[in-house]
Design a protein around this ligand. Structure first.
Ligand code: FER
Length: 291
């Protein structure tokens, strides 16, 4: 190789390294190939089952918890509550979305802040299994009741058993479909509890925009990141679109990511991939939707 070509190669290499941080998190994009695949040669987080007493439901309830690679009790962690859909339970994310693979891979690349992820059962009723007609009125109601179970039972339990931060800026909520609607309803409805809210393919349980965001100035002031994503072929897209249109109208910054896809885990995995990388870090306003 001639000297001048070598010099040019060096310059290109230096420039790409310098430019990389600017590009690496500038866009919301679909996960690259392999982002959701188990890698043998990296550190892995751990999945455990926890059991907590629910005053709301009147029995003991189970949730899954993911602690990140290198988890140790000397460190204090922020928490993401990650919610499932209408036909699911905590195992829906575990087996359908493999959040542990997505997050392990992101940790290996230094792209996520260490955090604990809790996968609750969002159907807050005595028999919370996804059996029979999952559209039954009392089961749909249980997704709404979960707000109390989450705030009054599960969060206090997690905070008593794990070394976690207890303030809103270290607490995030996100979910798929019914869990996306829950995240918008509970997150935006309790801004004193959550600063990071994500909804992937939000379902018809999503409150009407005016009810969801009654005080846009407060939402604007308190939210760190509000992330809404949906597949362009999802029959439920209107729940996301109408929320987005209202947020634009009332000038609340948010991320709106419509990608090719239906009502499925391809979209939800990309949701987690993107949302998790934003959490508990300084906010990059360049990502927000602007008119
Ligand atoms: C509905 C259609 C879909 C509905 C909920 C869903 C409450 C939820 C889907 C999911 O969680 O995947 O009419 O009404």
């Amino acid at each position: 190789m001639s000297k001048s070509i070598k010099k040019l190669c060096f310059k290109v290499a230096v420039l790409s390294v310098l430019a990389f941080p600017a590009y690496s998190q500038q866009t919301i994009h679909e996960g690259p190939q392999g982002f959701d695949v188990f890698q043998n040669n990296i550190a892995h987080g751990k999945i455990d089952t926890i059991t907590y007493n629910s005053k709301t439901v009147g029995n003991s309830r189970k949730a899954l918890i993911y602690t990140p690679p290198g988890y140790n009790e000397k460190q204090t962690y922020p928490v993401l509550y990650l919610l499932h859909g209408i036909g699911g339970d905590p195992k829906e994310w575990l087996y359908g979305g493999r959040p542990q693979f997505i997050l392990d891979n992101l940790y290996a690349q230094g792209k996520v802040e260490p955090m604990i992820v809790v996968l609750p059962n969002g159907r807050a009723m005595k028999d919370d299994r996804p059996i029979g007609n999952v559209m039954d009125k009392e089961k749909i109601q249980a997704f709404s009741t979960f707000e109390k179970d989450l705030l009054n039972d599960l969060i206090p339990f997690i905070e008593s058993k794990y070394k976690v931060y207890k303030d809103r800026e270290h607490r995030a909520i996100a979910g798929l479909s019914m869990g996306g609607g829950q995240s918008l309803n509970f997150g935006l409805g309790n801004l004193d509890q959550f600063a990071w809210v994500g909804a992937f393919s939000a379902a018809p349980n999503t409150k009407q925009p005016e009810e969801l965001i009654p005080d846009p100035d407060k939402a604007k002031k308190m939210l760190k990141v509000l992330f809404i994503s949906c597949g362009d072929k999802d029959n439920l897209i209107n729940n996301s679109a109408r929320t987005h249109e209202y947020l634009v109208k009332v000038n609340v910054p948010h991320i709106y990511f419509i990608e090719p896809g239906g009502h499925d885990f391809k979209v939800w995995k990309n949701g987690l991939y993107n949302f998790s990388q934003l959490l508990f870090k300084p906010v990059n306003k360049a990502l927000f939707y602007s008119k």
